[in-house]
Design a binder for this molecule. Structure first.
Ligand code: HEM
Length: 429
């Protein structure tokens, strides 16, 4: 737009007309705009809806480089606007709740210390042990609507599954998990305004977590049980000289919820939607699952992440010094947003990038990020995604969209990409 302030540094001006970003059409299908940016303005300075200006990185090679570049800090104190006391970056409710010291907002050495402490909860072995519980949750949720012959897959399936899974992992007692479901529902439904329901929900979650941590600390035994929950494990670490503050324990619990919830909702939602729009691919998958083959399910879920993944833009990064990304000079303090959705459709890296090919093997997609902040929960997300999709297609083999694709509404948040609802119908069982 003409009113946009001139970029601080631009090697060459972006040729007009750059596509309008953050419109309704863009939220529905951002891929044509991203293709334009990759071709014409691969590192593009733009004003976000909040007014903050940021660089969007859209080519695969640049994206991968930026995600692993230690000069790009995750700590919002490096934002040039923060230096002037007007930084608008971050989730306002989260900031006021003092849950800021989490993995996605910190750099080494704090990041290394905190990530090491929590990573043992996400080893493939720990996650595999969780598989029966994820299957049980999946079966229970599907049984709740299977008899009706129709459902909204977002609200009745994709949304509750990860919430209950994360609550179990953290050690939130079953009787309290519906409260979490309500708070998370507020977070996903009502934007991220500072005074809205989100801030209230974050506050309730924080109070609850503080009490839960306190209660668990009081009752913690001397010897850890083999299946000890994550919060207890973190308390144990903090009590044994690991320099983990009580606030860091709460912030860790919060980021696991925040990072592991809406993402998984969108993997199940976007993934199911992509399968329903690509009948031949869906049939291929259904046949292979029936045959007891899990290989296509595994490559298929990775392809769904590449094709229309839950995280459209990686979280904020800030230049700690002047640097170059993709030939573009970036000033110290400038925010950089890596557009994973654009990078993962880059024809310079992926053959036929706009085609959904569940058999794709050469698929180093960036859907889980890259570098030291690579998704910690990826093994859990894979388990949930594979279990959810396989069970849906097995239990409801003739599942189909119950609305025109044009009538579906996308959330249009800045970081996440997901559907507001996904009405489906099927033969009741
Ligand atoms: C980080 C994607 C599920 C926990 C990330 C990042 C991405 C991502 C792209 C890196 C962000 C960046 O560098 O800016 C996804 C996707 C998921 C998913 C697509 C589902 C399909 C989960 C789950 C959990 C989780 C289930 C845990 C319960 C985390 C954490 C981080 C992270 C803690 C921060 C890691 C760090 O900073 O070291 N995720 N995620 N994610 N994810 Fe996930």
């Amino acid at each position: 737009p003409a009113s946009e302030p001139a970029p601080a540094f631009t090697a060459e001006p972006t040729p007009a007309p750059a596509p309008d970003l953050f419109t309704w059409e863009f939220a529905t299908d951002p891929y044509p705009a991203y293709a334009w940016l990759r071709d014409h303005a691969p590192v593009h300075r733009t004003a976000l809806p909040s007014g903050v200006e940021a660089w969007l990185v859209t080519r695969y090679a640049d994206a991968r480089q930026a995600l692993a570049d230690a000069r790009l800090s995750k700590n919002p104190v490096h934002h040039s606007e923060a230096a002037h006391g007007k930084g608008k970056v971050g989730i306002p409710g989260e900031r006021s709740a003092n849950l800021m010291t989490h993995l996605l907002n910190i750099d080494p050495p704090d990041h290394t210390r905190l990530r090491r402490l929590v990573s043992k909860a996400f080893t493939p072995r720990r996650v595999a042990a969780f598989a029966p519980r994820v299957q049980e949750l999946t079966d229970t949720l599907i049984a709740g609507f299977a008899v009706r012959g129709e459902a909204d897959l977002i609200h009745e399936f994709a949304f509750p599954l990860p919430i209950y899974a994360i609550c179990d992992l953290l050690g939130v007692p079953r009787e309290d998990q519906d409260d979490f479901r309500d708070w998370a529902g507020m977070m996903i439904r009502h934007g991220r305004g500072p005074r809205g329901g989100v801030a209230r929900s974050v506050k309730k979650m924080r109070t609850y977590l503080a009490e839960l941590i306190h209660r668990k600390r009081e009752t913690l035994g001397d010897v850890p049980a083999p299946d000890e929950d994550l919060i207890s494990g973190l308390i144990r670490a903090s009590d044994h000289g690991e320099h983990l503050t009580e606030n860091e324990v709460a912030a860790m619990a919060f980021i696991l919820l925040f990072a592991g919830f809406e993402t998984t909702v969108n993997l199940i939602g976007n993934g199911t939607y992509a399968l329903l729009r690509n009948p031949a691919q869906r049939e291929l998958l259904q046949k292979s699952i029936e045959a007891g083959d899990t290989e296509l399910l595994a490559t298929g879920v990775e392809e769904l992440l590449r094709y229309d993944g839950p995280v459209e833009l990686a979280t904020w990064r800030f230049a700690t010094c002047e640097l170059t990304v993709g030939g573009q000079r970036i000033a110290e303090g400038d925010p950089v947003l890596v557009v994973l959705a654009a990078a993962d459709r880059d024809p310079a890296r992926f053959a036929d990038p706009d085609v959904l090919d569940l058999t794709r093997r050469d698929n180093p997609h960036l859907g889980y990020g890259h570098g030291i902040h690579y998704c910690l929960g990826a093994p859990l997300a894979r388990l949930e995604g594979q279990t959810a999709l396989a069970t849906l297609l097995t239990r409801l083999p003739d599942i189909r969209l119950a609305t025109e694709p044009d009538d579906l509404r996308w959330r249009g948040g800045l970081i996440m990409r997901g559907l507001r609802s996904l009405p489906v119908e099927f033969t009741p069982v």
